[in-house]
Design a protein around this ligand. Structure first.
Ligand SMILES: [Zn+2]
Length: 66
């Protein structure tokens, strides 16, 4: 099974690749690539509702692309 890597910033909760005109999502930078399963855990541990909503939308999008 292929591991899906997703960019995630623990500072601001940004999920996914940055828009082309942006180098950073926040002063702490563009975040890191983590497996989607870990992203789900990170979100469950306590990031914002918006981040959770994005993660769910992203997961659905990725599943529909498979
Ligand atoms: Zn950020």
């Amino acid at each position: 099974m292929k591991t899906i890597l997703v960019r995630y910033c623990r500072s601001c909760g940004h999920i996914g690749e940055l828009p082309k005109n942006m180098l950073k999502c926040c002063p702490k930078g563009p975040g890191e690539l983590i497996p989607l399963t870990e992203l789900k855990q990170a979100v469950e541990i306590g990031f914002t509702f918006i981040a959770l909503t994005k993660a769910v939308a992203l997961k659905q999008q990725l599943q529909s692309n498979q």
